[in-house]
Structures are given as structure tokens and as C-alpha cells.
Design a protein around this ligand. Structure first.
Ligand code: AMP
Length: 130
């Protein structure tokens, strides 16, 4: 069965889209640690990051860097942190988290933007994608 992220990539489930190319897709995390928390996903559905072929792994990191630089340029943060977990959704994804404090990296601290705010955040990040 297709993962929830494959359904997002295919447009079957809505998301706050940030960027897309031939092989990768980025959208806002629906339960963010901080405003601007973004997920970068390979379109190829693989569960564990260590099982990605090297080309996809390196491509995912390059795509994540591009998106991360746009987050740093648009969201008020000290820096963007990168985390890979995957215990909830078995489809590789890189968490890009705007960080000001350590608690934002813990996944214990959450924020809950309204729909309009999610849309505004996505617009701001998208406007800085190069
Ligand atoms: P993990 O698999 O532990 O790395 O966590 C999965 C992440 O995906 C969590 O941060 C969720 O909030 C996020 N997530 C799950 N479903 C959605 C969705 N439909 N749209 C955006 N983010 C999601």
C-alpha cells in the first residue's frame, strides 16, 4: 500500500507544498516542532534511509540543503537543524527544523499554526527557493 507521503506526492492528500523536482518533494510537517518545520521526501518509496541507493541519498541531501537555505532566509531562526527518524512514517524523510532553542529539536515541543499561518509560512519559504 502506498505510504501517506506517496499519497501527498501524488496529490491524493493535501499538503502545504514547498518544492518539488523530478525525484524529491518538500512540504510542511503537519505537527511541527517549530514554525517552518519541513519534510523532504524522495518520490521513490523506501522505508529506511540507509537502504537508499547512494545517488538518491546524495540527491535527497542536496535537495534538503536547497530547501533548508530557503527556510533560513525566510523564517526567524538561529539555524536549520536536520533530523531523520522515520518511526512514524515508513517512507524516508528529512526533517528540516528552524531552531532557536534546543527544545525545538526534541519532538516533545510542538506548535500549532492555524491553516492561514501554515499557508503564509509556506508562501514565505517558497519565495526564497533558488
Ligand atoms: P517520523 O516518521 O517519526 O520521522 O515522523 C513523521 C513525521 O511526519 C511527523 O513529524 C508527522 O507530524 C509528519 N506527518 C505525518 N503525517 C503528515 C501529513 N499528512 N502531512 C505532513 N506531515 C505529516
Amino acid at each position: 500500500m502506498a505510504s501517506i507521503f506517496t499519497k501527498i506526492i501524488n496529490g491524493e492528500i493535501p499538503c502545504y507544498k514547498i518544492a518539488e523536482d523530478e525525484n524529491f518533494f518538500a512540504f510542511l510537517d503537519i505537527n511541527p516542532n517549530a514554525k517552518g518545520h519541513t519534510l523532504c521526501v524522495p518520490k521513490k518509496e523506501v522505508d529506511r534511509i540507509m537502504d537508499l541507493d547512494e545517488e538518491t541519498y546524495l540527491g535527497l541531501m542536496a535537495f534538503s540543503r536547497k530547501v533548508g537555505k530557503a527556510i533560513e532566509a525566510s523564517i526567524n531562526c538561529n539555524r536549520v537543524g536536520i533530523t531523520v527518524i522515520g518511526l512514524e512514517v515508513p517512507h524516508v524523510h528529512v526533517h528540516l527544523i528552524p531552531l532557536n532553542e534546543m527544545k525545538e529539536a526534541t519532538f516533545q515541543h510542538k506548535v500549532a499554526p492555524a491553516k492561514e499561518e501554515f499557508m503564509a509560512i509556506a508562501d514565505k519559504i517558497r519565495s526564497k527557493i533558488e
